[in-house]
Design a protein around this ligand. Structure first.
Ligand code: ADP
Ligand code: MG
Ligand code: MG
Length: 868
């Protein structure tokens, strides 16, 4: 494999090797579009650079110089020439685009001598010196790590001196002074002379582009966007002949999308600047003009741009994001890549491009990032208006959508005010199950602690409430009902806005916009539904959540958590009483009341999901989780009694059902009663009962006998033959290994992938996420949190064992998964491949899961074909 490819020689299909930018440049060159000559140093060289202790392999620079010689021929310019210097840009570019995350240097090859020659050759000293000062600034920043502000300060100083607002108005005298000051800044910073030799400049620039691959910005970006090494491994370096948009008023530079990235409309969308260089548009030093203006200002270039857009879109069959430059009326293309769009944009263009016969349905589904669909279901910040509001802090975007309301730090108060119709944002350091009643009447939740899977995050997501967690900069003083960040104090009742899509907290009431479930969205979901094989169910604990899930396309409920019901306002007290009850009779009395309440809950949910299976999980968490932090001595004493060293591995789930059988019995009865009532009304209710935390067939059989007793009582009482399936979760390692035994009793399985992941890793999730997982990720030991995406090699393999052994006993055993992973596209794809029957996700993740399930089918077909 060669280390370097000229644009015209490269195999532009090989994005892994060339990076997206390199591949795009070479493909455009092949299409005979006007691309300045250049070459790509491959990502393999980047990896060698790192393997080599951050040194370029010896053969690279000689090869670079050979390719520079080729460029000299094509351009009729000369490297390091005083009369006619060849200048280049040195640009980063990985297999997927990481906009703004890595570095690029422009105008390389200039020094005190070539700048003069360049001035003479172009008859434009102003332009030549402007290019030089840009070069020093970029080089200083990128290669030497000088703070940009230092350069900006000098630039501003001369703008003021010369009394101009616009940098394009600076004269040669000012520019020369700026250059000299810039150099001094660099020299002071590095303690060395600013490099004048173009060869040295080039070598340093190449190295620092490689360096930027592991820069903090890039690393964080890759982590947040789940860019693993199999998606992009190292950056390539592109060396491109400079063309100049800053050569005068007949020159310009700009960026354009072939269709709107925000809403997908078929019209060019973009900005450009007259007499400027590329970076200016992106950095926003000057406000760009709308691309439509180019039609008037430079009609010929506009036409060429428009043609190029059509050609590129037809060629790549994808919306393109294009960079162009006009040098004295001559039009050049500098980049093309698949456009990154908002969910709305993807959905509309997917439908449109099928209508236009540009792509087929499969391709139209594959191109939409499934995760993004969730954003279509939540209210969002009105971006245009948000700019006028002050930012308070930034945290982890845990549950998308925007919400505004008054800041409330107290759970009780949040409930009172929320229920009285006030819009409330609940702000806490963290939340606990006992706080859940306050979630319902609140608009959104903000916590200073916790990660994406903290309690606040999971509960909010399930409810579709916007939520920000881990907002560390926010110092919360719960005692005095206030918080502080950025020097701003927010008191109780102050208005704030949280944007759960980006994690930003604003001061004041930022307007939000309602989402519309557009026709296009429905079209896409319809296509996906037809193709997918996996069943999609919802995690839903209330009739409302069930209705919503059904609206979004859920085909049943995979997990209905009964404990959530006890957390509701009118129940929790009763439930605490039940836990406190010493005498069995007393407890029995309370249980009967609870049974009535549960029955009515079940009726609501089963009705909302009529015709579809509803999996009801019996009580799972340890009892002390329900005890409030109270000053009551008796409650305290009971809490102490129930305290456990490691509650998540303690007295919970089926273990609780065995030691306090009356609780499970009550719940099972409630399911039967609810079903009986619905059967009478001829409503097709399909409940199934699921036991959590099971590790052995003995446990499962023990509970099955309780179930059997209730069943025979109920059949006598109602004279109905009930068909209520009895099944188990597989969330304990031993359950997976002995699933063949469990399959003799269980009528269905459901993997609880959260607990299973904890078990397989011996990770206690809260501790791991709060303490060291971040460090592991920084050090590259973990690429994606196993709590976000199923760990295929470990947890996934164990699941496969569980499936195989279970189905060796019951061939058609229904096996689903519930838990956070059900809404994660990668995990959905894994489940499809593993022959899982269905995944269960929170209502707002249903469209995501449907799309991911369809993508799994299409991708599988594609790989099968390519293997043939
Ligand atoms: P990014 O990946 O951050 O967009 P680029 O490598 O595309 O970085 O370059 C940054 C800017 O410089 C872009 O606006 C690009 O168009 C411009 N640019 C890059 N190379 C050249 C060149 N050879 N001539 C003129 N402008 C260039
Ligand atoms: Mg670019
Ligand atoms: Mg569990």
């Amino acid at each position: 494999m060669k280390s370097i490819y000229a644009f015209e020689d490269a195999d532009s299909k090989n994005r892994m090797l060339l990076g997206g930018k390199g591949a795009g440049l070479s493909e455009m060159t092949r299409l005979k579009l006007p691309v300045p000559p250049g070459f790509t140093i491959t990502t393999e060289v980047c990896n060698k650079y790192y393997d080599n202790g951050k040194k370029l392999p010896k053969d690279v620079m000689p090869l670079v110089m050979k390719n520079i010689a080729k460029m000299e021929k094509k351009t009729n310019k000369k490297w390091n020439s005083i009369k006619n210097p060849l200048l280049v840009s040195v640009r980063s570019g990985a297999a997927i685009s990481m906009p703004g995350m890595m570095d690029t240097i422009l105008n390389l090859g200039l020094n005190e001598k070539t700048v003069e020659g360049f001035a003479e050759q172009t008859k434009n000293p102003r332009f030549s010196w402007d290019s030089y000062r840009r070069f020093i600034q970029l080089f200083g920043k990128v290669v030497f790590g000088v703070d940009d502000k230092k350069f900006d300060y000098v630039l501003d100083k001369y703008k003021k001196k010369q009394k101009v607002k616009d940098d394009s108005k600076l004269n040669v005298k000012s520019l020369k002074k700026i250059v000299s000051e810039y150099k001094k800044i660099c020299e002071k910073h590095t303690g060395r002379k600013f490099p004048d030799s173009p060869n040295e400049q080039l070598e340093l620039a190449i190295e620092s582009v490689f360096e930027s691959w592991m820069g903090e910005r890039a690393v964080v970006y890759r982590r947040q966007n789940k860019v693993t090494r199999d998606i992009a491994n190292g950056t390539a370096v592109n060396v491109v002949t400079m063309v100049f948009g800053n050569m005068g008023d007949d020159s310009a530079t700009g960026v354009v999308f072939t269709r709107s990235g925000a809403n997908g409309k078929k019209e060019l969308e973009g900005d450009y600047l007259i007499n400027a260089q590329g970076e200016d548009v992106v950095a926003g030093v000057r406000t760009g003009k709308n691309i439509e203006m180019l039609k008037k200002e430079m009609p010929q270039s506009y036409k060429e741009l428009n043609n190029a857009c059509t050609k590129l879109e037809n060629h790549f069959k994808e919306v393109q994001d294009i960079e162009f430059t006009v040098e004295q009326g001559k039009f050049y293309l500098l980049q093309t890549r698949n456009a990154k769009m908002a969910a709305q944009g993807y959905v509309k263009t997917s439908v449109d491009m099928v209508k236009e016969k540009l792509i087929d349905k499969n391709r139209s589904l594959l191109r939409i990032p499934a995760e993004q669909l969730e954003a279509l279901l939540h209210n969002t910040i009105d971006e245009k208006k948000a700019k006028q509001f002050k930012q308070l802090a930034k945290g982890i975007a845990a549950s998308p959508g925007a919400a505004n309301g008054i800041a409330i730090f107290d759970v009780k108060k949040a409930m009172e005010l929320g229920e009285s119709g006030k819009k409330v944002i609940l702000i806490r350091k963290e939340t606990k199950p006992e706080d859940v009643p306050a979630f319902y009447p609140s608009q959104g939740i903000l916590t200073s602690l916790g990660g994406k899977t903290s309690h606040a995050a999971i509960v909010s997501r399930g409810m579709g409430k916007s939520c920000i967690v881990g907002c560390n900069e926010l110092k919360i003083d719960e005692e005095h009902n206030r918080c502080k960040a950025n020097g701003i104090i927010v008191k109780e009742m102050d208005e704030i806005t949280i944007d759960g899509t980006t994690g930003t907290v604003f001061i004041g009431n930022v307007p939000t916009v309602k989402p519309k479930k557009t026709k296009d969205f429905e079209t896409i979901l319809g296509w996906a539904q037809k193709i997918k094989k996996l069943g999609i169910r919802a995690n839903a604990d209330t009739p409302n959540a069930a209705k919503l899930a059904r609206e979004y396309g859920a085909e049943g409920i995979g997990l209905c958590r009964t404990e959530r019901m006890f957390n509701e306002k009118d129940r929790i007290k009763l439930f605490v009483k039940m836990i406190m009850a010493k005498k069995p009779e007393e407890r029995q009395e309370i249980l009967e009341k609870l049974q009535k309440l549960q029955k009515s809950d079940f009726i609501g949910i089963l009705k909302a999901m009529e015709g579809y299976k509803v999996t009801i999980r019996l009580l799972d968490p340890p009892l002390h989780e329900f005890l409030p932090s109270s000053k009551n001595k008796k409650v305290l004493a009971r809490a102490k009694e129930l305290e456990e060293v490691n509650p998540m591995m303690g007295h919970r789930g089926v273990r609780l059902g065995i030691t306090s059988p009356e609780i499970y019995e009550m719940q099972i009865k409630a399911v039967f009663e609810a079903t009986a009532e619905l059967v009478k009304k001829k409503i097709n209710a399909k409940p199934q009962i699921m036991i959590p935390q099971v590790s052995s067939i003995a446990e499962l059989n023990h509970i099955k006998s309780i179930y059997n007793n209730v069943k025979s009582d109920m059949e006598k009482k109602y004279r109905i033959k009930f068909k209520i399936n009895f099944g188990t979760m597989l969330e304990v390692v031993r359950a997976c290994l002995t699933s063949d035994e469990l399959a003799y009793t269980a009528e269905f399985f459901s993997f609880g992938t959260n607990d299973l992941t904890q078990g397989v890793f011996s990770f206690s999730r809260e501790d791991v996420e709060g303490k060291f997982l971040g460090d592991y990720m920084d050090k590259g030991l973990v690429e994606i949190s196993p709590f976000q995406s199923i760990d295929k090699n470990g947890v996934g393999d164990l699941m496969k064992i569980g499936i195989e052994r279970g189905r060796s006993v019951q061939k058609n055993l229904e096996i689903g998964i519930c838990g956070e992973h059900g809404g994660d596209p990668n995990s959905v794809k894994f489940c499809h491949a593993a022959d899982i029957s269905y995944v269960s996700a929170s209502p707002y993740r249903i469209p995501t899961a449907i799309l991911a399930a369809a993508q799994a089918v299409i991708e599988q077909k594609k790989t099968k074909k390519s293997k043939k």
